[in-house]
Write a protein that binds this ligand. Structure first.
Ligand code: MG
Length: 373
């Protein structure tokens, strides 16, 4: 199988709004046509059919370019002819304004072409169908055996070239040409997201689909321990808690906030507190921990993320955390600039086992989830 892909993008239609044809409008930061070409990368050589006025900008995408004709069928024929004598055995013909076509839709068409001369994706019609006139339903239509056609439509190259050459012209799509020539056309699975961008609302939907595909969720964990020393209070998650000991540390020894800060750095794969605030640097001696946490949040936002949630667990026998947990959540949320419902602070004892059980110090664990903003 030597496959060529023809992307038909010569139309001048502007029902989608805007001042440029829809295949040149910007979708999620780049022209629609560029998304479409990317969807076919690796499947075969690509020929793009564009209006002669668009040659310059199409050149930037690297694919072979062919001039469009008077109508869609003529544009396809121009591309088919450009492929003559190059050993192409199968060809996929696709609308430039369908940028969301998935690899599985393409693969299904290619798979069907191993068993027949033509195949195309479609979805069965599930809504009831009506005729309408003057705002009134004037009739109903049986939807049995009706399908909504999509692209890419795939063909034996020689067969579809011959069919186009013989066809009287102006077919709605290439399946119509193939059937006119007597080729059996297999129906393969379409995809609801494989929409043809036509109306302004289609662009909003396409952006949402692309955003979902690009979803970037990251998790990080943090762990910290500080030993007790003499004193009369501890700082935990931004709250001063009276206690008969203090926590020993280079800064204010807020073990919970340190674990949380490291969880955020961890999710960003940007080291830990020590990476950004070296303990060897005297300017951070005694620094309040909210400086570290604020810095981690700035890094998070600079990298284009938002904090989805964070969960901190303090491990100690005393002081009792429960009475302060809400205040701790509020303090952290304030420093981090997020809603309090995204922040959890809870505690456990270690059943008097180990260093926390012997009340030699406090341990803290934290998890943070980041999502691409
Ligand atoms: Mg620490």
């Amino acid at each position: 199988m030597t496959i060529a892909i023809i992307i038909v993008a010569a139309g001048r239609g502007s029902r989608a709004g805007g001042t440029v044809p829809k295949q040149w409008q910007i979708l999620a930061g780049k022209p629609v046509l560029q998304h479409t070409l990317a969807a076919f990368a690796g499947f075969g050589r690509i020929i793009t059919v564009v209006h002669p006025d668009d040659f310059d900008r199409a050149q930037a995408f690297g694919a072979q370019i062919v001039a469009g004709g008077e109508n869609r069928a003529q544009s396809v024929l121009n591309a088919l002819r450009a492929l003559e004598g190059q050993g192409v055995t199968q060809v996929l013909i696709h609308d430039g304004a369908r940028p969301l076509v998935s690899a599985s839709v393409i693969e299904a068409v290619l798979g069907a072409l191993q068993h027949g001369p033509a195949a195309a994706p479609a979805l069965p019609v599930t809504d009831a169908l009506w005729q309408g006139q003057d705002g009134q339903v004037s009739g109903t239509q049986d939807r049995t055996a009706l399908f909504r056609a999509q692209t890419p439509q795939g063909f034996d190259y020689a067969a579809i070239l011959a069919a186009h050459l013989a066809h009287p012209g102006n077919a709605a799509d290439d399946v119509e040409v193939a059937r006119w020539a007597g080729l059996p056309v297999a129906i393969t699975a379409g995809d609801e997201n494989n929409i043809k961008l036509t109306w302004p609302a289609d662009f909003a939907r396409a952006e949402a689909v692309l955003k979902g595909r690009d979803m970037d969720v990251r998790m990080g964990n943090g762990y910290d321990v500080h030993a007790f020393t003499t004193g009369d209070h501890v700082w935990l998650c931004g709250v001063r808690v009276a206690h008969d000991k203090a926590l020993l540390g280079h800064s204010d020894a807020d073990v919970g906030m340190h674990a949380l800060t490291d969880a955020i750095y961890g999710a960003l794969a940007e080291g830990d507190i020590g990476t950004h605030f070296p303990p060897s640097d005297p300017q951070w001696k005694g620094a309040e921990s909210h400086i570290f946490l604020s810095h981690a949040m700035t890094r998070l936002r600079t990298r284009g993320f938002a904090l989805s949630n964070a969960d901190v667990t303090l491990v100690c026998e005393r002081p009792k955390i429960g009475p302060h947990a809400t205040e701790m959540r509020m303090a952290l949320a304030r420093i981090m600039g997020v809603e309090v419902e995204r922040i959890s602070v809870k505690a456990t004892t270690s059943e008097r086992l180990g260093f926390t059980g012997r009340e030699e110090g406090i341990a803290a664990l934290a998890t943070a989830t980041l999502v691409r903003a």
